[in-house]
Design a protein around this ligand. Structure first.
Ligand SMILES: C[S@@+](CC[C@H](N)C(=O)[O-])C[C@H]1O[C@@H](n2cnc3c(N)ncnc32)[C@H](O)[C@@H]1O
Length: 267
């Protein structure tokens, strides 16, 4: 952590305010740091995303595990939800060869720079997502850090998953909202989650992925009577689903192995 303090001082002492104030200055820092392969927790902390923050999220370890093997590759990454651009810059610093796209409901034209292109759009709009995909897809990584509403998390996943490459990773952050119902703090609308012990929970983001996880073993279903054909067909393109605190990771890839039913039958 001492080295992190060193970088902070080195790059922030040049301005009287003690920090890099414009997006282009912070972008230059991200590009400069990129070849150094700094650890992700440092990068997140340096650029100030809440993905890793004391008293906030602790996503860096999960992201390091999932994204480490892709770090040196020439990947395409899409993030939904940009706020002040901290995570976009973090990804720019982490992946030296990546091409990065971002979409946010608010206009953020100043964030289009170098390897990063930013679109204004609503993650709940098919037209807006299709527009980004027409220009940027296919992706190796898609991260949903947008509105955190269940309806948006699910809509974006189903719309964007076809644009994820085989071997690609789809991440949904802040899935705690699956468990939340009631007024959003400081706003006049409500969270759209459910109590996890109510039947309606199956319609939330976590509920849907728990159900989808069951379908990863679709080949072992002994009866097709109650099978949801949509889930069955999607599961054939999913290799792995991982749940972490407030995070869901989905690895795309063929899942078409045949049943073990015959192999394990008593001879
Ligand atoms: C949690 S912040 C993103 C933080 C950023 N990824 C980071 O780590 O620094 C959520 C962002 O999602 C955007 N947002 C909210 N609703 C959205 C929607 N329906 N479609 C796209 N973006 C949305 C907000 O404008 C906000 O910038």
């Amino acid at each position: 952590m001492q080295s992190l303090q060193f970088y902070r001082k080195a790059f922030t002492a040049q301005r009287p305010e003690g920090r890099l104030t414009t997006h282009s200055e912070r972008y230059a820092l991200a590009a400069l740091l990129s070849p150094l392969r700094l650890p992700l927790p440092w990068i997140f902390s340096l650029f100030g995303t809440d993905k890793q923050r004391e008293g906030g999220h602790s996503y860096a370890a999960a992201y390091t595990d999932a994204f480490g093997p892709l770090r040196s590759k020439r990947i395409k990454l899409l993030e939904i939800g940009l706020l002040k651009g901290a995570s976009l810059l973090g990804w720019r610093a982490y992946f030296p060869r990546a091409s990065i796209a971002g979409i946010d409901i608010m206009p953020k034209p100043e964030m289009t720079r170098g390897r990063v292109r930013v679109y204004q759009g609503d993650q709940g709009s098919a037209a807006d997502l299709d527009h980004v995909c027409a220009n940027e897809a296919p992706f190796d990584i898609i991260i949903d850090d947008g509105s955190h509403f269940n309806r948006h998390q699910l809509f974006s996943f189903y719309r964007l998953f076809p644009h994820l490459k085989d071997g690609g990773i789809y991440v949904i952050e802040d899935v705690q909202t699956s468990y939340w119902r009631g007024p959003v703090r400081g706003a006049d609308y409500d969270w759209d989650g459910y109590d996890p012990f109510e039947p309606e929970f199956k319609d939330t983001c976590v509920g849907q992925f728990l159900e989808l996880a069951k379908y990863l073993n679709h080949a072992e279903f002994l009866s097709t009577e109650r099978v949801d054909p949509g889930h069955a067909s999607l599961a054939k393109q999913i290799r792995r689903i991982a749940f972490e605190h407030n995070l869901i990771f989905v690895w795309k890839g063929p899942n078409v192995e045949v049943s073990n039913w015959l192999a394990t039958a008593v001879q």
